[in-house]
Design a binder for this molecule. Structure first.
Ligand SMILES: [Zn+2]
Length: 730
């Protein structure tokens, strides 16, 4: 190794023998992969792959066979587990060269090359279901027992430079060779094998416009070699860094943080609406110093047009971002919106032209022509994806591309992949097949649902229900702690996803928890501001928050309790709608609002006059709002009846007094849940359907009302009460 562990300055040496030596060979590969993937300077999320050739017994003959363990298709090194690695019997894999050689037409992007991918399944060792990626032959045909293929910023900077071959020789001498850009596949494996056989001293190869691949016969040595080569490249580049003159120097001055946040709050919902004209997108704001240096620079416009270089990058970032030339200090917000509108129209036309020029007779249909990366001076980078994880990955990739451009422009001239090559990756039939294999998008995919009251009861159940339909969920509650707990449960179920990017709350996962007091307009406004910064906007709002104030012993409800009941059950719902309206209108996208009312709004009875009249008012609020928010937003009411299960409205005392009131036998020693069940059973008997009403029943209707199933319904109150004739609306 050229450096001792402590000498690395541009990567972090993490290998620990005490950990690695306890692991079997496959786990050591997993360990090595996780270490490499944990550093974005070494490889990007989802990018690169690792392998080990391990001798193992054949499951039938028990004879030792050589098995190639290699990161499978669609995996991510940072988060990879053993199950993410494919295993192929080496002899079988290598024997496939005979099939390839027999083809009349062969080489990169030929039919036989794509056909080889299907044959890998015939080489599987021990029925391992993990599928090998298109990079598998690179690992199979190179000689080292261990191979790392990474996408390091410092090496891509060389690989994306105009004089990449000469730079490779200058930096690495004869220990690392160079191969020109070629779409990964069987042929590239053979090209690399030939390169290595022509110079057996080679330890690695710089892959033009792509990355690095290197190998060793010992896994720790392979890890150290990977780090060493990346460090070497980074040290070389450092000597040429242009400092303040990077990207031609500064053209625009950044807004200060407060002004930037204000601009984002106004901008994001507008922008989300603009890019979502075909499909809805979820946003991620990424505003690091490096990003700001780029967007504010003189050469940002030129370099943005060159596009991203690494094929892994532009599957997410598209071939290029949309850069908007706007002076944050002297131009108005309206001018920015105008430039964005025109920039987006030009971008879409450009994309359609690129598709028309580059398409083949069998190419898949053109995909969404909107940009996924938008660069604005003074503000930063805004990425868009079909979900939060995708949008974070996109932001990560472009910010890595900025690092690559900075380095490449320091040592040479940065160049992108030729458009046709970019197209042949973006519209690769194998990629299309992968997309087609994905399950169809769920009902609430690409949307953000704000559930107010998500800390407990119906709200919590609703948060879980809409998450199951693919929604990003903002869990809001008077208790921020309870809201965060629900959000954590959701993240626990659905995972944070991949992608390391997002400034502040924008770096969040598929759910967040926030506190809100819906009786205070400022609090509601602050809630929606956080949602906008986190996801770029929102689609549906469901309010389940409410209050039931029991009367005093004399049956009287104190005046201030009347006021509190109305403040929460009526005015709260209005304030939420009124503040949400501003963002719905800015987005211009269809949305839905569900307010929770109650069957008590229609049934007059003793003992709950404040609650019942407030719910009657809420019913009418639904109708008024349905008119006010049409045609953009549908507004409907969910009217539950006595849900006793897990409800904060039924504390033990209320359950006991109700049981006593209805003369139901019970013991003081019984648990609250047991008592609630008893009461729920009693209530059930009063309904037409004779079954207890659960939180899940209510959550189902809150979800359905928000979904396309009720696309033509607005201004309606739907009772979920088991059937109470006295509550029939008429
Ligand atoms: Zn790669």
């Amino acid at each position: 190794m050229a450096y001792t562990p402590k000498e690395f300055q541009h990567v972090t040496y993490l290998w620990d023998d005490a950990v690695a030596d306890k692991l079997d060979p496959v786990e050591r590969l997993r360990y090595r992969s996780n270490l490499l993937g944990s550093d974005q300077r070494i490889t990007n999320t989802g990018g690169g792959n690792t392998s080990s050739k391990i001798t193992m017994p054949d499951p039938l003959t028990k004879q030792p066979v050589d098995v190639l363990w290699v990161k499978g298709s669609g995996g991510d090194l940072r988060t990879a587990k053993r199950g993410n690695f494919a295993s192929l019997v080496m002899d079988k894999l290598l024997s496939q060269q005979a099939i390839y050689d027999q083809a009349v037409t062969k080489g990169a992007k030929t039919e036989i090359e794509d056909a080889m991918v299907d044959l890998y399944r015939h080489t599987v060792y021990n029925l391992n279901p993990a599928v090998g990626s298109i990079d598998t032959p690179l690992h199979g045909f190179l000689p080292g027992r261990h191979v790392d293929h990474m996408h390091p910023v410092s090496v891509i900077a060389i690989a994306a430079s105009a004089d990449q071959e000469a730079l490779t020789a200058e930096i690495f001498g004869d220990e690392v060779g160079w191969v020109p850009w070629q779409r990964p596949g069987f042929d590239l494996g053979l090209v690399m094998e030939a390169k290595q056989q022509g110079n057996p001293k080679l330890k690695g190869l710089v892959m033009g416009q792509h990355g690095l691949i290197n190998w060793a016969d010992d896994d720790k040595a392979c890890y150290e070699l990977t780090l060493t080569l990346i460090e070497k490249a980074a040290r070389f580049i450092e000597g040429f860094d242009k400092g303040a003159k990077t990207f031609g120097g500064q053209k625009y001055e950044s807004l200060d943080e407060a002004a930037r946040t204000l601009a984002l709050l106004r901008l994001l919902p507008r922008l989300r609406g603009m890019v979502s004209n075909a499909n809805r997108f979820i946003g991620t704001v990424h505003t690091t110093d490096a990003v700001l240096q780029f967007v504010n620079s003189r050469e940002a416009a030129r370099l943005a047009e060159v596009g991203t270089s690494c094929p892994d990058h532009f599957l997410r970032t598209k071939i290029k971002p949309l850069y908007v030339d706007w002076d944050p200090r002297t131009e108005t917000f309206e001018a920015l919106l105008d430039k964005l509108e025109r920039g987006l129209a030009a971008y879409r036309a450009d994309y359609a032209a690129y598709y028309e020029t580059c398409k083949h007779p069998n190419s898949p249909a053109m995909r969404d022509p909107n940009p996924t990366v938008i660069l604005i001076p003074g503000i930063g980078l805004i990425a868009w994806g079909k979900n939060k994880s995708e949008s974070r990955v996109t932001a990560e990739f472009y910010s890595l591309a900025i690092d690559v451009m900075r380095s490449s422009e320091a040592i040479s001239r940065y160049q992108g992949l030729p458009r046709q090559e970019a197209f042949d990756i973006e519209y690769w039939l194998l990629e299309e097949a992968k997309l087609k294999r994905q399950p169809p998008e769920k009902e609430l995919a690409r949307s953000v649902v704000v559930v107010i009251g998500a800390g407990s009861g119906i709200g919590k159940a609703t948060a879980h229900r809409v998450a199951r339909e693919g929604a990003h969920v903002v869990c809001a509650d008077l208790s921020a702690e309870a809201a965060q707990k629900t959000a954590q449960e959701l993240v626990g179920v659905y995972g944070l996803g991949i992608g390391v990017a997002g400034t502040g709350i924008s770096g969040c996962g598929p759910a967040i928890g926030l506190g809100v007091d819906i009786t205070q307009r400022a609090s509601v406004q602050a809630l929606f501001e956080q949602v906008v910064l986190a996801y770029g906007g929102f689609d549906n709002v469901i309010v389940t928050a409410g209050i039931f104030v029991p009367p005093a012993k004399d049956g009287h409800i104190p005046d201030e309790k009347w006021a509190q009941t109305y403040a929460i059950n009526v005015i709260g719902g209005y304030l939420v709608a009124d503040e949400a309206k501003k963002i719905w209108q800015a987005q211009g996208l269809k949305g839905s609002l569900v307010l929770t009312t109650s069957v008590n709004g229609a049934v007059a009875k003793h003992g709950s006059v404040a609650y019942d009249t407030s719910k009657a008012a809420a019913n009418h609020l639904v109708r008024e709002l349905a008119i006010e928010l049409a045609p953009l937003v549908r507004v409907n009411g969910l009217a539950p009846a006595t849900v006793v299960e897990g409800s904060s409205m039924f504390p033990r005392d209320r359950v006991i007094s109700s049981l006593a009131k209805y003369k139901m036998p019970f013991e003081e020693s019984e648990s609250t849940e047991a008592l609630r069940e008893k009461l729920a059973g009693f209530y059930a008997q009063r309904t037409l359907t004779k079954a207890p009403i659960t939180l899940a029943d209510q959550a189902e209707m809150a979800y359905l009302l928000s979904s396309s199933a009720f696309a033509k319904t607005t201004g309606q109150i739907i009772s979920v009460d088991g059937g109470l004739p006295e509550a029939f609306l008429r």
